[in-house]
Design a protein around this ligand. Sequence first.
Ligand code: GAF
Length: 412
Amino acid sequence: MSTPEWLESWSDDDGARRVRDLFDRSFGPDGGAADGVWSAPGRVNLIGEHTDYNAGLCLPIALPHRTFVAVRLRDDDTVRVASAQTDAHWEMRLSDVVPGEVEGWGAYVAGVAWALQQDGFPVRGLDAVVDSCVPFGASLSSSAALECAFAVALDDLLGLGLGGDDAGRVRLAAACIRAENEIAGAATGGLDQAASLRSRPGHALLLDCRPELGALENAAPIPFDVAAAGLELLVIDTRAPHQLVDGQYAARRASCEEAARLLGVPHLRAVTPDGLDEALATLEPHDADGVLRRRVRHVVTETARTAEFADLVRAGRVAEVGPLMNASHASLRDDYEVTVRETDLSVDSSLAAGAIGARMTGGGFGGSTIALVRADEVEQVVAGVQRAFEEAGLRAPGFLLAPPSAAAGRTA
Ligand code: GAF
């Protein structure tokens, strides 16, 4: 069997050095060094999947893997960005940034500047570079990490005063969500941006996405000390290519909105577990193939599982969450239909090799899974997954460990 590949995170010093060097190579000759370095983490969601846009509960943690940006403000409104991951510079004037008109990965950067400008802040152009150890296309929120790193950079450089407390960070998260929805054109909910901007080291963040809740009522940090329980959270990047991600994600969201409309409720959070059977019966005449009912069953049961998971963690009973993780994966596989062969195999082989719980994380259609594993069994689980992928003739997965880490902020 080949040696497992570990996807290491970078230290702050290493990340800062990389982007400062890249900045000097890309823009230095034009006018000096970057004004500073900022970074933002990717995330894994412990449980509560496809619930954020249904006003439900989710429970992410920030990863130690971060996206680093070095930024220098300009006097005009041009945004120029270079990335270690691609040769081509991305450039656009802020005045040309409008929904539907921005192509390429720079949309995540210019979109944040645009959204802050829409909020009335005096945003200017910038020269910037990006480098990242957040795996791309792995459902670990590399896009949110990019947006959030720029959000804290602009906040700092323009003196907006939002990054210093949670209420301000909620506004930065809202700008990042607008950038993603309106400029990058991905109809995602707010889970990823909240995780990247509002997480705390050593904690999971219980997000309650009901729109009627005030910014400070909708998130509660919960101590999540897996190490104290003798456990590790293992993340497995299955490297499954994303298939039709945008269309499929938008289709799931549209089904939920259609079901809520048929049920006469503002969102599916309004359907409680006690009211689920009645809601399914109401949908039946409109739902010949059963798709709407499966989607609703996932959303309602997933929020209930998330509440139970959070209660167990709060009670210091983290070692008992395994069955909830497994039930979440089964629901995402059978009712929400967002898993693929690789994520199912990763979960099944993690459990067969001794994990106490496992599930896909993020939007699905490929991407990563997580497994809660006894600390002295990590190697055994990694070997079991690696072997299962080899035997199935699949590309080797990547592995990382995920202690709950810090939110976005200034790095240097
Ligand atoms: C993606 C989206 F960006 C989030 O908003 C969330 O819906 C998640 O999929 C599924 O829980 O990460």
